[in-house]
Design a binder for this molecule. Structure first.
Ligand code: 5AD
Ligand code: SF4
Length: 444
């Protein structure tokens, strides 16, 4: 059966799940398709093409998206020409098997296939068989795919992709492929343009961002160059790997006033035995030593982390080591997860998922409670202090208030004041704090 050739200005709707890298990739997809004549809409019911950019990191993420795809499929009843595409990590993970579960999906596109999207959508006009693009391509550097970003204070800039670490629990190296760094000239070109467009902050993104290497330029060198770009007030980066935190990187963080005093440093476990089983290449002692070095050399540094509980073979003693390490290090905040076995990973193939679900939940609740108390204490230490806030806009909860972030990545909410605008740095006096937010009064 032939379908009508799509006229230009088809309506495109993009929905994103997962990490910041996915949000940044969705901006690339929107850039690619709007240059091809599509128009972005924010009402899904008006779309001709719906793309869902997905995450495969834990099973729960995939289950949620499958439910959402089934829901979106209902829109085909009133619009039979509607194209429904699955993009990103889940496409790469499940491959064409996804079509057994959701045969109504028209496009299945892995992270290295985005460049082909316009051509794939056009092919559907001729032939309504599902189109797949699932090859990982280590020569795909995503060059000249200028993203269309949401306006705002912060812009994400992907500087490296993929991962060569192969932590035993993690699906990322399988769905995102090998490590690749973007040439530094391309990154600087993007950052200079962002500054000219009015963005005040950039966040450099990569799966192991500090493993960046472009010839002689390593991550510390790149960070220095990006922070030197005129017009950019703040530079952040995520997520670094503890094993690539060089002394030079610590020096740049300590010395450059525009590099934010915040490190997101995934711990995963406080037990060296479990870290070894996870194939993390540091011990708990080395992690603690790194934190102490960072805190000595970067006073006021905020530290956040990722922790997994209930990994294969995690005993009560191993869990206790994580729980104790949290009290010793006192992170500002943490993302905490129950281990979720991912098909294809080394842990899935070789290790037993032997911590019962109920026990995983108990351990997760215990660390969440501990972290909440620590976050609250650390935030309360800001009470009475002046902080510099980069204002993002109106508070989502209260139209009389503005919100923004400190360079330590704390969200600050304060009453609107004459002359204080989004996109500017303002001094704010902190009066009150919860585990998640600081509240204050602007002093301008
Ligand atoms: N199960 C649970 N958490 C995971 N993460 C990665 N893979 C898994 C998994 N299989 C967590 C890690 C990582 C964060 C992005 O997600 O903590 O740092
Ligand atoms: Fe996954 Fe480990 Fe690579 Fe991070 S470093 S993306 S946890 S394999």
């Amino acid at each position: 059966m032939n379908f009508p050739i799509r006229n230009r200005s088809q309506a495109l709707y993009v929905e994103t799940y997962g990490c910041q890298m996915n949000k940044s990739d969705s901006e690339l997809i929107v850039g690619l398709l709007t240059r091809d004549g599509y128009r972005l809409v924010d009402d899904v019911s008006r779309a001709d093409v719906i793309l869902v950019n997905t995450c495969a990191i834990r099973e729960h993420a995939e289950t949620r998206v499958l439910g959402r795809m089934a829901e979106l499929n209902h829109l085909k009843a009133s619009n039979p020409d509607l194209i429904l595409g699955l993009c990103g990590c889940m496409s790469q993970h499940l491959g064409e098997n996804i079509l057994d579960k959701a045969p109504y999906i028209d496009l299945v596109v892995g992270p290295d296939g985005y460049r082909r999207l316009p051509e794939m959508i056009r092919s559907l006009d001729q032939n309504r068989e599902p189109a797949l693009s699932l090859a990982l391509d280590k020569t795909e550097h995503y060059l000249a795919l200028d993203p269309v970003r949401e306006p705002g204070v912060n812009a994400w800039v992907t500087i490296m992709r993929g991962c060569d670490k192969f932590c035993t629990f993690c699906i990322v190296p399988y769905v995102r492929g090998r490590e690749r760094s973007t040439p530094h000239q391309e990154i600087l070109r993007q950052v200079e343009r962002l500054a000219a467009e009015g963005y005040r902050e950039v966040t450099l993104l990569g799966q192991t961002v500090n493993a960046y290497q472009d010839g002689a330029i390593d991550f510390a060198g790149l960070l220095q160059m990006v922070a030197d770009v005129d017009g950019i007030e703040r530079v952040r980066f995520t997520a670094p790997h503890p094993s690539h935190f060089s002394d030079r990187l610590i020096d740049v963080m300590a010395d450059h006033p525009r590099v934010c005093k915040h490190a997101h440093l995934p711990l995963q476990s406080g037990s060296t035995r479990i870290l070894r089983a996870m194939r993390r290449d540091y011990t708990a002692e080395e992690y603690v030593a790194l934190v102490s070095n960072l805190r000595t050399r970067i006073p006021g540094l905020a530290l956040t982390t990722d922790i997994i509980v209930g990994f294969c073979g995690e005993s009560e003693e191993d869990f206790q080591a994580t729980y104790d390490l949290m009290a010793a290090v006192r992170f500002d905040s943490a993302f905490m997860f129950k281990y979720s076995p991912r098909e294809g990973t080394a842990a899935y193939r070789k290790l037993a998922d032997d911590v019962p679900e109920g026990e995983k939940s108990r351990r997760l609740t215990a660390i969440i409670d501990r972290q909440k108390a620590i976050s609250e204490e650390r935030n309360r230490a800001y009470i009475g202090r002046m902080v510099e806030v980069l204002v993002e806009g109106e508070s989502k909860r209260d139209a009389d208030h503005l919100f923004g972030k400190t360079d330590t990545f704390k969200t600050v909410v304060f009453p609107k004041t004459a002359g204080v605008r989004a996109q500017t740095l303002v001094p704010v006096h902190i009066d009150r704090a919860t585990a998640f937010t600081l509240f204050g009064t602007s002093r301008r």
